[in-house]
Design a protein around this ligand. Structure first.
Ligand SMILES: [Zn+2]
Length: 215
């Protein structure tokens, strides 16, 4: 009932089965060796760039680490690793929350050698639903971590570095989500597009006539 009410408000968010006339137009598997390595390499480059950029204010303000930093260093390491684990779990939960709100269907969560994942494997979500679920953690944690990092800059430089590093890992970790978002925003703009997201794998489908028109 709840889902019907939602459908009335924002239009159909998903299909329980692939409608007749649809054909698969794209497939990616994060567990595939080449894809997994490629996306983690891209993630590392993004992280490195963000870390370098985040270090600029430390030099600009000539921040010095002259005080006895060892207890502070231990605190910072602990806070950082706890935050990192929490972040990985929360990132997937935010995907899950978006999928759950928009479809009400059963979710899948997991961890593979190349990534953590969340999917809604039994249904085919429309483009808009897919975009919201893909963008949710990227937007949520970007909006959260940037002001926190700026605030921590004035609390302690080590805490700032920890938060900036977490932000860098967040952006790098979103490489796969960002790639799918770019595909949906610029390549597959048809709102009739359906995505099946099993977690590590994403499949895209279009009505057959339109797939031919695109070619
Ligand atoms: Zn993600």
């Amino acid at each position: 009932m709840k889902n019907n009410e939602k459908s009335a408000k924002i239009g159909k968010t998903f299909e329980a089965e692939l409608p007749a006339g649809y054909a698969q137009v794209f497939h990616i598997n994060a567990k595939d060796k080449k894809i997994g390595i490629l996306f983690n390499a891209v993630a590392l480059v993004i992280m490195a760039v963000v870390v370098v950029l985040a270090a600029i204010p430390l030099f600009a303000f000539e921040v010095e680490f002259t005080e006895s930093t060892s207890p502070m260093l231990l605190i910072t390491y602990t806070v950082f690793f706890v935050s990192l684990i929490a972040y990985i779990v929360l990132h997937e939960l935010v995907h899950g929350a978006a999928y759950k709100m928009l479809t009400g269907e059963k979710l899948t969560f997991g961890l593979s050698w190349s990534c953590a994942f969340c999917g809604v494997p039994t249904v085919f979500t429309y483009r808009k639903t897919a975009l919201i679920a893909l963008a949710a953690p990227f937007l949520t944690f970007s909006v959260l971590l940037v002001p926190v990092a700026i605030a921590l800059f004035f609390v302690h430089p080590l805490l700032y570095i920890a938060c900036a590093t977490l932000f860098a890992l967040h952006l790098g970790g979103c490489a796969g989500d960002l790639y799918m978002m770019i595909l949906l925003l610029f390549k597959f703009k048809d709102k009739k597009l359906l995505m099946k997201d099993t977690g590590p794998e994403q499949f895209l489908y279009l009505p057959e006539s339109e797939e031919q028109r695109d070619k």
